[in-house]
Ligand binder design. Structure first.
Ligand SMILES: *Cc1c(COP(=O)(O)O)cnc(C)c1O
Length: 371
C-alpha cells in the first residue's frame, strides 16, 4: 500500500513552535503585544496604512461590510466561482448576491460584464483573487468609481501575489486575508483586514472587540460589536510565518513548477490563464479537464485518485448552486454556464511544501493514467 498524499498542509518550522511556546509562558494569551506586532508585519510588507488581525478571513470580510454600512436589500456584485465565505460575508448583513459569470480562461469575474449587472440597489463589488491570481482590478475600480460603489477585494487566496506591481489586498477600498492551514501561511485560524481608509479601519477594530473604542473603558461600548479577536498565541505563529514568508512562497512556487514541467504538453487538461501583469503566489494547484470529460468522468477520476491514496478536490462548487442560495435567491443550474462548465471539470491536486519530487511523479503518473 502506498503512503497517503494529503491535499494541503502547513509549512511549520521550529521557529513557529518556539514562538507559540514562548507566548504560553507569558500571561498575555489574548489582547497582548503579539497582536500589534503581527499587524505590523502586514502594514510593513504591503505598504498599507492599517492592518487589523481577526479570528478568521470570514469575520474580516463581514466586518468590512458593516464598516461600509451595507444594508438589508443592498446588492453586491461578485463571482459565483469562489469559496462560499466570500459571498456569505454580505448575506450576514441582509445584502443580496448579484453574480456575474467568470472569464473562461482566467476563471476570474468577467469584468466586462459587471456594468450591465448594476442596478439602483447596487452598493458594492466583491472581486475575489481566485487561486492566487487577480481579476482586472483597474477596470473594476473604474466602474465602481463611475457608479459610486464600494470595492472589497477578497484576497484570502492571494497573500504575496501582485497586480501591476501592487500587492494583492491593497487593490480596493479594503482587502482581507485568511490564515486557515491550507492558505499560503497559517495561524491555525485567523484573518487580516488591510486598508488605507481610516474610517473602515477604526470601525473594524472596534467591532472586532465588542464595539469598544480605543480610548474607552473596558465596559464601555460605542457600537454593536463581536468577539472576532485573534489570540496572541495565533499572532505569534503568524509573525513567525511572516518572517519566513518569502521562503514559504518560493517553496510553493517550486512545487507548482514541478507540476507544470510534468504536465507540460498534456492535451487533455488546461490551466488557469494568469495575465502577464500578475505575479502569482500559489494557493492551490488546479487543472481543468477538457470538454470531452463530463462531470461524472471528473468525479470518477477524483474517486480513483483517492483510492490510490492521493487526496484531491473539485474546487469550487458554484456558489449559486449551493442549496440555500438556490432556495433563498431563486438561483438555478444554467444561470452561469461558464462557471458551471469550469466547476464540473476542475481537479485540485495535492499542493503543499511537504511534497517531494517523487510524490509529484506519483500524483502525475496516476492522474495521467486515469485520464
Ligand atoms: C479561505 C477563504 C475565505 C475565508 O477565510 P477563513 O479564514 O477560512 O474564514 C474567504 N474567501 C476565500 C476566497 C477563501 O479562499
Amino acid at each position: 500500500m502506498s503512503q497517503p498524499i494529503s491535499l494541503s498542509g502547513p509549512d511549520i518550522s521550529q521557529a513557529e513552535i518556539d514562538a507559540v511556546v514562548a507566548v504560553l509562558k507569558t500571561p498575555h494569551l489574548s489582547l497582548g503585544p503579539k497582536v500589534p506586532a503581527f499587524e505590523e508585519c502586514f502594514t510593513r510588507r504591503l505598504g498599507v496604512k492599517h492592518a487589523i488581525a481577526l479570528s478568521s478571513g470570514t469575520s474580516g470580510l463581514h466586518l468590512i461590510w458593516r464598516a461600509m454600512e451595507i444594508q438589508p436589500g443592498d446588492e453586491v456584485i461578485t463571482t459565483p466561482f469562489s469559496f462560499i465565505a466570500s459571498s456569505n460575508s454580505f448575506l450576514f448583513e441582509g445584502a443580496r448576491p448579484v453574480f456575474v459569470d467568470v472569464d473562461p480562461n482566467t476563471w476570474q469575474i468577467d469584468h466586462s460584464r459587471i456594468e450591465a449587472a448594476i442596478t439602483p440597489k447596487t452598493r458594492a463589488i466583491l472581486p475575489v483573487d481566485v487561486f492566487g491570481s487577480i481579476p482586472e482590478m483597474d477596470s473594476i475600480n473604474a466602474v465602481a468609481k463611475e457608479h459610486g460603489l464600494h470595492v472589497l477585494e477578497d484576497s484570502c487566496e492571494a497573500l504575496g501575489s501582485t497586480y501591476k506591481g501592487r500587492p494583492a489586498g491593497t487593490l480596493a477600498d479594503a482587502g482581507c486575508f485568511g490564515f486557515y492551514p491550507n492558505k499560503q501561511m497559517t495561524t491555525g485560524e485567523g484573518g487580516m483586514v488591510v486598508t488605507d481608509n481610516d474610517e473602515i479601519a477604526f470601525r473594524v477594530r472596534s467591532m472586532r472587540n465588542q464595539g469598544r473604542d480605543p480610548d474607552a473603558g473596558w465596559l464601555q461600548h460605542a457600537r454593536l460589536g463581536f468577539n472576532f479577536r485573534l489570540p496572541d498565541i495565533n499572532c505569534a505563529l503568524g509573525i513567525a510565518q511572516m518572517n519566513r514568508l518569502d521562503e514559504i512562497l518560493a517553496r510553493r512556487d517550486r512545487v507548482a513548477q514541478m507540476y507544470i514541467e510534468r504536465l507540460k504538453g498534456e492535451p487533455r487538461i488546461s490551466m488557469q490563464l494568469v495575465p502577464g501583469d500578475i505575479q502569482m503566489s500559489w494557493f492551490v494547484f488546479v487543472v481543468r479537464l477538457d470538454d470531452h470529460y463530463s462531470q461524472s468522468d471528473r468525479d470518477a477520476i477524483l474517486g480513483r485518485l483517492r483510492d490510490a491514496q492521493i487526496a484531491c478536490s473539485n474546487y469550487f462548487t458554484p456558489i449559486h448552486l449551493q442549496p440555500f442560495y438556490q432556495r433563498d435567491y431563486g438561483l438555478r443550474a444554467g444561470d452561469f454556464p461558464v462557471t458551471e462548465n469550469l466547476s464540473a471539470r476542475t481537479v485540485a491536486l495535492p499542493f503543499h511544501n511537504g511534497l517531494t519530487a517523487a510524490d509529484i511523479d506519483r500524483v502525475v503518473e496516476t492522474f495521467r493514467k486515469l485520464l
